[in-house]
Design a protein around this ligand. Structure first.
Ligand code: HAM
Length: 403
């Protein structure tokens, strides 16, 4: 038998219902915050991600679903959503138009990681990207929006916050860090040795405890920020405090993607196990320019949907769905006609085989219906239906016209 690929899941009930419910409410909240729905292709040129996510990242270095297509193009399945949105933003010349542009999206992302609980090779993200606002209030607004979504679903979280500086404070800090780490070259892991030449700050979130021990006294970016980054980071914290958003400063939060500047954050949960990040994001003021667009400040985030839906239960249903069944073969065209009319505004299941009343009721239960509508010879002749509310157990006979 052909099986699905490792780390790629089918989404059946009840996850499919949670998935839909999540997308509905997250989209609703995103719209309230001024975002509009956006969709970009799942397949893009590999170069897009090399230039944005960064060649030093694990995503590009190890995890790409990359191949040469029939036209000899080097393409890959998107490992994340931001790069595609930025490409589209520039391609449509929205950078030149100036102004504010806010887009939300959801869909599958692909990373060839080692699958484990909460870590898939095909997973789904719900993301938002906001272009054209350099105000730190937009950083706060993005964080508040994620909080609004988490609060709606009654999910507990910890918000970890950091700043990754800007082109004026980051390069001298990096050099400091490189000098510090190079002096420890014999004591650190192979990955850190690779990172130190490609993207030094990634050593700070190395998971190897020996490395972490060596970096205890490493220089901290927070102590080396330029005035503007320092002011923005302090103001962001003030705004969050004024708006009752709790957070922890995490100096080692560097994110796994290279495009961030200034604000970087992650929402983590204590109820997920090792893969505990529910959402991550930050500011990427250089990326539009880096991908050949006109310099545009931007900030965004993405929620991992599979992880998110582990953390809430669906509310008790307020279902209004119908089950239609016939007791004899002659009644099947009648129920088919009536049921299809009902489908204009209600969810309806039609049983195409005639069965006994008992069998229909059992079946209606299996379909998780609220109302069961049955027609037999008598009802057909009288122009009536037998109706049962399966929750309240109320039964009655009503004319077709009252359905
Ligand atoms: P990210 O932190 O790589 O950021 O991914 C965002 C979220 O996607 C994670 O917090 C996690 O919940 C989920 N996720 C990531 N990898 C996996 C996986 N292998 N299996 C299951 N879930 C996963 C980004 O992708 C950025 N594009 C976010 C962003 C938008 N930054 C600015 N704008």
């Amino acid at each position: 038998m052909v099986q699905s690929l490792r780390g790629m899941n089918d989404i059946f009930s009840p996850e499919n219902q949670k998935f839909e419910y999540f997308i509905y409410h997250a989209s609703r909240i995103a719209k309230n915050f001024g975002f509009e729905y956006f969709e970009s292709p799942i397949l893009e040129q590999t170069d897009l991600f090399k230039r944005s996510v960064g060649e030093s990242s694990d995503i590009i270095g190890k995890e790409m679903y990359q191949f040469i297509d029939k036209g000899n193009n080097d393409v890959c399945l998107r490992p994340e959503g931001t790069a595609g949105v930025v490409r589209a933003f520039i391609q449509k010349k929205l950078d030149k138009a100036g102004g504010v542009q806010k887009l939300f999206y959801h869909g599958p992302m692909f990373r060839y990681e080692r699958p484990q609980k909460g870590r898939l090779r095909e997973f789904h993200q719900f993301g938002c990207e906001s272009f054209g606002q350099s105000s730190v209030y937009e950083d706060a607004s993005i964080i508040l929006m994620i909080k609004t979504i988490l609060d709606f679903f009654k999910i507990d979280y910890t918000l970890k916050l950091n700043t990754l500086g800007c082109p004026s404070c980051m390069p001298p800090y990096k050099q400091n860090l490189v000098n510090f780490v190079e002096a420890k070259n014999d004591l650190i892991c192979q990955d850190c040795k690779r990172r130190i030449s490609l993207n030094p700050i990634r050593v700070l979130d190395c998971k190897n405890p020996n490395c972490q021990n060596e970096y205890k006294n490493a220089p901290k970016l927070l102590d080396n920020l330029c005035q503007s980054c320092d002011d923005d980071f302090k103001q962001l914290q003030d705004i969050l405090i004024q708006n009752n958003v709790k957070f922890e400063i995490d100096n080692n939060l560097v994110r796994g993607l290279d495009y961030y500047t200034k604000t970087a954050f992650e929402f983590v949960s204590n109820n997920l196990g090792a893969q505990n990040a529910i959402a991550g994001g930050g500011r990427y003021d250089r990326l539009v320019e880096f991908l050949d667009g006109k310099a545009t400040p931007a900030i965004g985030f993405a929620i991992g949907i599979e992880r998110f839906i582990e953390l809430f239960e669906l509310p008790k249903s307020t279902k209004e769905n119908y089950y239609f069944g016939a007791l004899d073969e002659e009644s099947i065209p009648t129920i088919f006609q009536l049921a299809n009319k009902k489908r204009a505004d209600k969810q309806v299941f039609i049983e195409y085989k005639n069965r006994s009343l008992k069998a229909h009721l059992k079946n209606a239960d299996k379909q998780n219906a609220k109302f069961c509508i049955i027609i037999g010879e008598d009802e057909r002749k009288n122009g009536t239906i037998w109706f049962k509310d399966l929750e309240t157990k109320e039964e009655k006979i009503i004319p077709f016209s009252d359905l």
